[in-house]
Design a protein around this ligand. Structure first.
Ligand code: GUN
Ligand code: FE
Length: 420
C-alpha cells in the first residue's frame, strides 16, 4: 500500500524535515520506501494508493507517562500540591477500580479518547487492581494502540481501601505477569512501583527481582519538594531519591529500560546516575505547572545525553495531546532560563518535536520517524481551517505544532494498521 501526502518528521540530527507531496510505501508494519510523488517507480503503479492530497502526515507520538484511571477527573482539583492531591482526589478515585463495572465504563472512555489523540504509543499506570489492569490491557490491545501497562504496587502510606500487603502485592504481580504471557501481541506489562513513599524496601527489592532482565520499570522521581524530603526520611541509607531506587535493586539492566516521570529536583549526582543506569526521563510540563511542582532542568538532561520524552501525566496534566506538552515544555524552559539559569538555553521547536516523536518512540524500537525501516505510525492531519490563507508549508507546520487542537485528525496508523 502507498500513502500520499506532505510528510513532516524529525531527522536523526534533530531538524524538522518537510517532504511535500511524497509517497510512503508500506510493507507489513514497516515503512519500506519513501519517494517524491513524481519519482515513484512505474513498478508500483498497480499498488493501492491512499491519497491524502494536501494533508500533513506526522509520525505517531509517544506518551511516556500517564495514569489511565485518573482520566475520569482530569481538569478537576488542580488546587493542591502533589501529596495532598494524591490523598484528596487521586487515591479515592483509584480505589473505585476494584469495581469492574466502574472500571469498564471509565476505561472505555479513556481508551476511546487515547485512540482519537495523536498518540500511537504510551506507557501507562493502571491501579493496584489486577483484574481491572487486565481489563485495561484487553481494551488497549483491541484498540490497535501499542502500550506498556503497569499494575501499580503500593504497600504503605495509602488509604485503607487502596493498599496491599507486601505479600499480596508481590503475589498479584506474579499472577498478573503469568496471565499476560501469550495473551497479548501489542500490549506489554511493565513493573510499576508507584513511588518510594508507597512501597516498602522489601517490596521494591522483590519487584527488582521480578523485573530481572525481562521487564521495564516505571515510577515517579523527584517531583515535589515535600515528596523529596519525605524520601530522604524514609531512606536514610541513600544519597538521593534515584539512589534509593538503585539501592533497592530497581534499576538493574534489563531488555527494557527504566522510565522515571518528572525529575524536577534531580541534582548533578542524580543526573549522573540517570545517565549511568540508562533511565528515560518522562518530562511532564503541564503536570508540573498544575501541581505547582516546579521546572525540570531539561536542557541539562539533554546536554548530559539523558533521553527525555514527554508524559501527559493525566490527571495531574489535563490534556492527552502530546503536542501541547511539547509546547508547554518550551514555555517552561524559557522561564527556567529567565529566572533560574542564564546558561540553560531554552528548548527549541525542533528539539521538542524530536522528543515527542523519535526520542520517546525509541523506547518501542524503531518508532517515531517517517523513515525507511521504521514502524509505520502516522497521524494524518487536516489543517485547512487552522491555516486558511497560509501557503508556506513551513509556517503551516510551525503553527500546527502550537495549535494542533484546532486541526482534525483524518486518519491514524499504528505499525501500518489504520485504527481511525
Ligand atoms: N506520585 C505518586 N503517584 C503519583 C500520581 O498518581 N501522579 C503524580 N503526578 N505523581 C505521583
Ligand atoms: Fe504520574
Amino acid at each position: 500500500m502507498i500513502i500520499k501526502g506532505n510528510l513532516i518528521d524529525c531527522t536523526d540530527t534533530g531538524t524538522i524535515r518537510i517532504r511535500e507531496k511524497s509517497c510512503i510505501l508500506l510493507k507489513d508494519k514497516v515503512i519500506f520506501k519513501i519517494y517524491q510523488e513524481n519519482m515513484l517507480p512505474s513498478s508500483y503503479k498497480d499498488e493501492k494508493i491512499v491519497d491524502y492530497k494536501d494533508a500533513l502526515i506526522f509520525p505517531g507520538l509517544t506518551d511516556m507517562h500517564l495514569h489511565a484511571p485518573q482520566f475520569s477527573f482530569r481538569g478537576l482539583g488542580m488546587d493542591m500540591e502533589l501529596l495532598d492531591w494524591l490523598n484528596t482526589y487521586t487515591f479515592p478515585e483509584e480505589a473505585k477500580y476494584k469495581d469492574m463495572d466502574y472500571a469498564k465504563k471509565a476505561y472505555t472512555r479513556f481508551v476511546n479518547s487515547l485512540k482519537k489523540s495523536f498518540t500511537t504509543r504510551a506507557i501507562i499506570f493502571a491501579t493496584l487492581h489486577k483484574d481491572a489492569t487486565i481489563l485495561l490491557m484487553d481494551m488497549l490491545e483491541k484498540s490497535g494502540l501499542r502500550c506498556f501497562v503497569g499494575k501499580v504496587n503500593m504497600d504503605r502510606n495509602s488509604t485503607e481501601n487502596l493498599i496491599e500487603s507486601t505479600e499480596e502485592s508481590v503475589g498479584a504481580t506474579n499472577e498478573w505477569l503469568n496471565f499476560c504471557k501469550n495473551r497479548y501481541k501489542n500490549t506489554y506489562p511493565i513493573i510499576t512501583p508507584r513511588f518510594i513513599p508507597s512501597c516498602s524496601d522489601k517490596l521494591l527489592k522483590e519487584l527488582g527481582k521480578i523485573r530481572g532482565c525481562e521487564y521495564g520499570l516505571q515510577s515517579h522521581l523527584s517531583e515535589n519538594p515535600k515528596e523529596v524530603e519525605w524520601v530522604k526520611e524514609l531512606c536514610p541509607d541513600s544519597k538521593g531519591y534515584l539512589d534509593a531506587y538503585d539501592k533497592r535493586d530497581c534499576l538493574n539492566q534489563s531488555r527494557f529500560s527504566t522510565v522515571m516521570a518528572h525529575c524536577v529536583y534531580s541534582d548533578e549526582a542524580e543526573m549522573k546516575l540517570l545517565k549511568e543506569r540508562d533511565v528515560f526521563v518522562a518530562h511532564c510540563p503541564q503536570s508540573n505547572i498544575c501541581l505547582s511542582s516546579g521546572i525540570a532542568p531539561v536542557r541539562k538532561f539533554i546536554d548530559m545525553g539523558i533521553k527525555v520524552g514527554f508524559g501527559s501525566d493525566i490527571a495531574a496534566g489535563y490534556s492527552l495531546n502530546i503536542f501541547n506538552q511539547a509546547v508547554e515544555a518550551i514555555g517552561l524552559s524559557k522561564l527556567y532560563w529567565r529566572y533560574i539559569d542564564k546558561n540553560s538555553r531554552p528548548l527549541e521547536l525542533a528539539e521538542v518535536f524530536a522528543m515527542a516523536t523519535r526520542v520517546a518512540g525509541s523506547y518501542f524500537g524503531k518508532v517515531g520517524a517517517l523513515e525507511e525501516g521504521f514502524e509505520a505510525d502516522m497521524s494524518v492531519v487536516d489543517d485547512r481551517v487552522l491555516n486558511d490563507g497560509i501557503d508556506d508549508i513551513k509556517k503551516r507546520v510551525e503553527r500546527f505544532l502550537y495549535l494542533s487542537d484546532e486541526c482534525s485528525l483524518l486518519a491514524k496508523y499504528v505499525a501500518g494498521e489504520q485504527i481511525i
